[in-house]
Design a protein around this ligand. Structure first.
Ligand code: GDP
Ligand code: ZN
Length: 489
């Protein structure tokens, strides 16, 4: 490992701003002499000592608790000193400066710390915990996710990952994979009886079992990634369909500008809404129509860019105008462009707005007629005999159904009990595992399997799996992951 992973570091560990208590944390190898210099005496391990924190000139900065955790029983696995003072920004800055100064004095006095104490980079304490095997990479990520969690569901799931629920699944997978690899590699040494041997040892059954487990873990991991990352939903439609009103109704706040003048939402407005704890990033766009206004055209071009990058599209129609031939025609043109531009994997939800302006009977009849024009055979099959989604952004009628359909569209499964938080990175790694196992499976089922190729695929599968918990993860990836932490964590 790099030298920077061993030098002593210091940071304010609590959030910026005022608080009742603030913590300055030092971590490094053999920091006991520094602890003594800072605190004026040696500290008993893992016991809180109340004492004055003094500046170099002997003046008190503050008083508070000092806690010393000698390696390896600390957060980072190194010696850790925590100074708990009053949580004002000035006090904590002074205390931080005092730590740096004391370390310098320590070095000058001829008992140097190796090398000098320096300010910690974002996530560096947690990075050390990872490098010293206190936690694995998925757990380290869960710490950041727990800190960043914006919903209760996300926090609960992050905490499950932190305690290792996700890592345990990955480890169980790895153990099964290692077992299978041992079988296959053993046969490489005895080529005469290889197939017999694999059959007797039920390598076929083990591989099938492994693939099924990967599937199941991937399913839960997808849910976990969804909780953390959410999906991007773009509201598209003609000007005045009620896109901004709908976004506001979903968000419960006046965000997008709603006006009766067509073409007013010229730039995008994004709002993250939570549905059952799942974050949906909903984007309101400029109304899609032919326009000679230069500014509006830019807005429309941008709307199409947003649509191209969406995970799902909500196509909003003005139900009160569907009977007008030119309006319906313009909607059909948008539908055609959507179908042309979007990959088949991006769902388009047809939504009929302004139901309040019609009688329930009219709304029912109009929406059934209109929906028939916009449904693709695939969408019709998926919808079954579900009624068209009719709502009113104005009154809120139908919004609950919309929320449920948005969740379903995102791929959320309500009964995802025991979900742990996960990242897109984890889902991708599991997909790679699955691909290698698929190739391995195909290899095993030909008449005379090439066992060296099979062994290689299993090795690659294990490598992808290891990337999740951080065994053999590149320094580059570690850098990216840990630098997204806040300083002091
Ligand atoms: P956008 O251009 O698609 O963003 O549409 P807006 O949200 O700005 O709405 C255009 C007009 O339609 C405004 O006058 C809204 O008050 C009106 N409107 C939006 N939703 C509804 C609805 O559900 N019912 C009725 N009656 N009017 C609506
Ligand atoms: Zn608008």
């Amino acid at each position: 490992m790099l030298a920077r992973h061993h030098d002593p570091i210091v940071a304010i560990a609590t959030a910026p701003g005022r608080g009742a208590v603030g913590i300055v944390r030092v971590s490094g190898k053999a920091i006991a002499p520094l602890v003594e210099r800072l605190c004026g005496k040696a500290l008993k391990p893992r016991e809180a000592t109340y004492l004055p924190f003094k500046a170099a000139d002997g003046q008190a900065i503050d008083q508070g608790l000092a806690l010393y955790f000698p390696a390896p029983h600390s957060y980072t696995g190194e010696d850790v000193l925590e100074l708990q003072a009053h949580g004002g920004p000035v006090v904590l800055q002074l205390l931080l400066a005092r730590c740096l100064e004391a370390a310098q004095a320590q070095a000058d006095s001829g008992t140097p710390l190796l090398p000098g104490l320096r300010l910690a980079e974002p996530g560096e304490f947690t990075e050390r915990a990872f490098l010293n095997d206190k936690i694995d990479l998925a757990q380290a990520e869960a710490i950041a996710d727990l800190i960043d969690a914006s919903t209760e569901a996300a926090a609960r799931s992050a905490s499950r990952s932190l305690t290792g629920a996700f890592s345990q699944e990955v480890h169980r997978l790895r153990d099964a994979l290692v077992h299978l690899r041992m079988l296959v590699e053993a046969t490489l040494d005895f080529p005469e009886e290889e197939i017999d041997f694999l059959q007797k040892a039920d390598a076929y059954g083990q591989l099938d079992q492994l693939r099924a487990t990967v599937q199941a873990v991937m399913q839960r991991t997808r849910q976990g990634a969804l909780l953390r990352e959410g999906i991007k939903v773009v509201i598209a439609g003609q000007p005045n369909a009620g896109k901004s009103s709908l976004l506001n109704a979903l968000a419960g706040a006046e965000l997008a500008i709603v006006t009766p003048i067509a073409g007013t939402t010229r730039d995008k407005v994004t709002q993250t809404i939570q549905i059952e704890g799942v974050p949906l990033h909903v984007i309101d766009t400029a109304g899609l129509r032919e326009s000679s206004d230069e500014v509006e055209r830019i807005g429309i071009a941008r709307a199409w860019e947003e649509i191209a990058a969406a995970d799902a599209v909500l196509f909003l129609h003005d139900l009160t105008r569907m009977a007008q031939a030119d309006y319906a025609q313009a909607d059909r043109e948008i539908a055609a462009t959507l179908q042309q531009q979007l990959p088949a994997t991006v769902p388009v939800l047809q939504v009929w707005n302004k139901a309040d302006a019609l009688t329930p009977d009219e709304a029912h009849r109009q929406s059934a007629e209109a929906a028939a024009q916009f449904s693709t055979p695939a969408a019709a099959a998926a919808a079954g005999d579900q009624a068209p989604l009719v709502l009113s952004a104005k009154t809120g009628a139908g919004l609950d159904t919309l929320r449920q359909q948005l969740l379903a569209m995102a791929g959320w499964q309500p009964a995802a009990e025991g979900t742990y938080i996960a990242r897109a990175r984890h889902v991708q790694a599991l997909q790679q595992v699955e691909e290698h196992l698929d190739i391995a499976h195909a290899q095993l089922h030909v008449d005379s399997p090439a066992l060296d190729l099979l062994a290689e695929e299993l090795r690659l599968a294990q490598q992808s799996l290891n990337a999740i918990t951080g065994e053999f993860t590149s320094d580059d990836l570690l850098g990216v992951i840990f630098s997204s932490f806040c300083i002091g964590k």
